[in-house]
Structures are given as C-alpha cells and as structure tokens.
Design a protein around this ligand. Structure first.
Ligand SMILES: Cc1cc2nc3c(=O)[nH]c(=O)nc-3n(C[C@H](O)[C@H](O)[C@H](O)COP(=O)(O)OP(=O)(O)OC[C@H]3O[C@@H](n4cnc5c(N)ncnc54)[C@H](O)[C@@H]3O)c2cc1C
Length: 435
C-alpha cells in the first residue's frame, strides 16, 4: 500500500488537506478539480467568503505542519456580540477559560495556503479544470471533462472530496442496490444571503473586530464575521416564505423597511445593502447524510461529500478536516490494506458526523432565538462560572469547539444532558443571583 497511486476528486478544503497528508505518507497523489486554479482566477463569487476555524480544524492543520502559516490569516473571535433591535450590545464569551477563541478566516485564503503547500510536494500533482463526470468504482477509474474533451484516469484508490453535490457519491447512488446505499437530504425552510460591511477609514473595523456578531430575531438572524482588510462578511439567515420572507423581499422599499425595523444599527455600515441584496443569490441550507461512504474497497467519500451540514456550529470545514486526522489514524492501524482502512474509517466516523449534523441544527435555534432569552443568558453565565472554577468542565459549545480530542458523539451526549440540567437550575432559581 505504500507508494500507491491515489486520486482525489476536489481541490477544496478537505481534498487538498487530504492530498497533502497522503503525499506526506509517501503515496503518489493526483488531485482533480473542476474549477480553474483559484490562485489565478476569482472563482469565489456567491460563496461564504469567511469561515470560523476552531480547534478541530487547527489540529488537522498542525498534523500537516501548516498551523503556523494559516494562523497568519486568522482573526480571533472571543465571543458573540449580540445586537438588540434597539441597537444595544451584549458580549457573551465563548469560554470561561482565558484565551479560548474561534478564528475568522477567509475561505479562499485558507484554500490557497493549502494549494500552495500541495504544489510544493514532488509526489503530488494538481489538475484544474477537470470535472469528474463519473467513477467506475470497482475499477477505480474516473472519467473527466476537460474543455471539450473527455478522458479517463485510473488509480489504486479514489477519494471523493467533491463537496455536497459530489459526483463520486452520484456514482455510488447509481449502484444503490449493490451497495445498499442510503441517502438523505434535508433542506431547512431558511436560506441565506450574503452582504458586506466594507472597511472603515484606513482599513479600520466599523464594528468590534474580535467577535462574531449576531442579530438574533426569533425565527431569523443576521451574523457578521471580520475579514483581515477591515470588512465583515454579513449573512442573513432567513425563511424563504412568509410576508417578509426572502421571496417576498422583492423591492428596495420592502428590504429597507425590513432592515430599518430589525437591523437598524447595521444600516449605516452597509452602504451597498440594496445593491448586494438584489445582486447576491438566495442560497439553500441543508443536511446530507449517506452510508456507506466506501465502495468495493476502492473509493471513499470525505468531507461535505459524505456529510454536509448546516453552518450554525461553524463545524462543516472543521469536521471535514477532522476526517483527515481520523483517516490518518486509521491508516496507522491498517497500513497495508486500503479496503480495510476505508471500511474501518466509515464505521468509526459516521456516528460522529451524524452527531455534529444534529448539533448544528440545535445551534440554529440557539443562535437565532435563545441567545436573547433571559433564562438562556443566565445559563451561559453559569456555564462561564463553571468553566472558570473547574478547568476540566466544558460547556456543550466548548466540548464541540475547543475540546478537539472529544468525539462529537460524546459532545452531543454529554452536552445535551448538561444543558437540560443547567436549564432546570436556572429556571428554578429564576432571577435570584447564582453567584
Ligand atoms: C454559508 C456557509 C457558512 C459556513 N461556515 C462555516 C464555518 O464557519 N466553519 C466551518 O467549519 N464550516 C463552515 N461551512 C461549511 C464548509 O464550507 C464546508 O463544510 C467545507 O467547505 C467542506 O469542504 P469540502 O472540501 O468537503 O467541500 P468543498 O469546500 O465544497 O470543496 C469541494 C471541491 O470539489 C470541487 N468539485 C465539485 N464537484 C467536482 C467534480 N465533479 N469534479 C471535480 N471537482 C469537483 C469543487 O469545485 C470544490 O473545490 C459553511 C458553509 C456555508 C454554506
């Protein structure tokens, strides 16, 4: 198995990191990406342009020796800055332990850092503008469209890191009966729309730099994450339907009325509000689950291709990076047999990716609604006190975000029980001081 010919479909975040790791392990790696090289073309239009990178993702970057290079692109965010309808601000720390934070990072900046590292490796080849059309799974052979031509490439093993719309997964679905392939797709009734707060004078930040900003409004919310140039990427998570749903906000007047009523404090900071609102698409949000992830001991899905989740825990990329760490450990256990390694990986990992998919949906309700609820605020206060007093106490959020050695399924199990208990305590205590 050492020095195998490895094919990876997709040079996004997961595929490029996986390629680097497998090349470091001595394999001959070829990565095929349908888009052009993002270092030479602006291919990011319409996608979220920054992401929250946290401990699980950082651990994976450390494994391949890139944590230092990537941290130069990071902006620490120490907590949530919560904006009320009347413009009051309340800061809620992510952790009671000193210094624990998540990081805002540019999606393309991170992807470029990975591509640069991959390009420097002699046993790794990058092929852009190669769209995978289908995979002959038992033969480990993939067919690509390159411009007007089509051609086939063979390998010892193929990894489908081609995102939520995976072509490799489609090839598995074409063999549903043989593989007993299960698949589910669950869309939220909410979509998202991106807007921008441009930099202030001299590249300054118009709102607090080191926080993830949230405007929670019950059934919807707005969030903003900082970028290195002083701008913020703002995302409106909003129902498609309803009197003021995304589909109904069709005129400048309606959009302005909605923002003036709900997000008045942001309006002076978003001079391009109306232009951006009508130029940027309404995008879908959903969860994809499937199983098995491997086929014939020759192909394996990884990252969003096998488990796309909603973005409310900021864990989609982090969990995709963690896939690479877990797979690396599995390769240590099964160094001489791809088929065993693929099988062992899917068995070990699927419980954790199912757990983070559920946690991500939970956090949607927490962010858009509960963060503004007095009982929840008291619970967060109690969690902070517990974390400050007991170094090995982790809130559910901290277990998911900062405790990178705890499997997601454990974070879900323990975190939900803790949440229930703490909510009981704060509800019983009412407004009495918990100190
Ligand atoms: C609004 C939003 C906000 C998010 N915020 C966060 C966050 O804060 N933190 C976090 O951890 N995660 C976040 N995520 C999730 C994160 O973006 C994904 O989990 C992550 O990008 C998954 O990486 P991937 O490499 O598996 O897939 P992708 O990043 O989608 O990469 C797949 C790659 O495969 C290529 N490809 C696709 N089809 C083919 C084909 N047929 N042939 C060849 N190449 C192909 C694509 O062009 C792409 O380069 C967010 C997602 C969204 C939508």
């Amino acid at each position: 198995m050492s020095n195998s010919k490895v094919m990876i479909i997709g040079a996004g975040l997961c595929g490029t990191l996986l390629g680097i790791r497998l090349a470091q392990r001595g394999h001959r790696v070829q990565i095929f990406e349908k888009r052009s090289d993002m270092r030479r073309a602006d291919t990011e239009a319409g996608r979220s342009i920054n992401l929250a990178l946290s401990n699980r993702g950082l651990r994976a970057l450390r494994m391949v020796g890139l944590e230092g290079a990537v941290s130069e692109h990071c902006i620490p965010m120490y907590g949530r800055m919560i904006h009320s309808t009347t413009g009051e601000l309340r800061f809620s720390k992510y952790s009671g332990r000193e210094g624990e934070h998540i990081n805002s990072i540019s999606r393309s900046g991170l992807n470029v850092a990975l591509l640069d590292a991959a390009e420097g490796m002699e046993n790794l080849e990058l092929h852009f503008e190669h769209q995978c059309l289908e995979v002959d799974l038992p033969a480990a052979r993939a067919r690509f469209r390159v411009g007007e031509r089509e051609h086939e490439v063979r390998a010892d093993v193929i990894f489908g890191a081609d995102g939520a719309g995976s072509a490799v997964r489609r090839s598995m679905m074409a063999r549903t009966n043989e593989l007993l392939f299960n698949y589910s797709q669950f869309f939220l009734r909410h979509g998202y729309k991106e807007l921008t707060i441009p930099p202030g004078p001299g590249g300054s930040y118009r709102i607090e730099k080191n926080a993830l900003h949230i405007w929670p409004r019950g059934t919807y919310m707005l969030i903003a994450l900082p970028n290195l140039d002083g701008s913020f990427t703002v995302t409106l998570f909003h129902p498609f339907e309803g009197r003021q749903g995304l589909k109904a906000l069709t005129t400048r007047r309606k959009v302005l009325d909605f923002f003036e009523a709900q997000f008045a404090d942001i309006i002076p900071h978003v001079p391009g509000l109306l232009t951006d609102f009508f130029a940027n698409p309404n995008s879908n949000l959903g969860t994809i689950r499937c199983y098995p992830w491997q086929a014939y001991g020759k192909a394996l899905l990884m990252g969003d291709a096998s488990h796309a989740i909603v973005p409310f825990y900021g864990q989609g990329m982090n969990s995709s990076f963690e896939d690479v760490v877990v797979f690396d450990q599995v390769l240590d256990t099964h160094p001489n047999n791809w088929a065993r390694a693929l099988e062992a990986f899917q068995e070990q990992r699927v419980g954790d990716t199912n757990a983070i998919a559920d946690l991500a949906v939970d956090n949607f309700y927490e962010m858009r609604d509960h963060v503004a609820n007095p009982a929840f605020i008291r619970k967060r206060h109690l969690e902070m006190q517990l974390e400050q007093t007991y170094p090995d106490y982790f809130s559910k959020y901290s277990m998911v975000t900062f405790n990178e050695h705890l499997p997601y399924r454990e974070a879900l199990r323990k975190g939900r029980r803790q949440d229930e208990l703490l909510m009981d305590i704060v509800e019983e205590q009412g407004d009495r001081d918990l100190d």
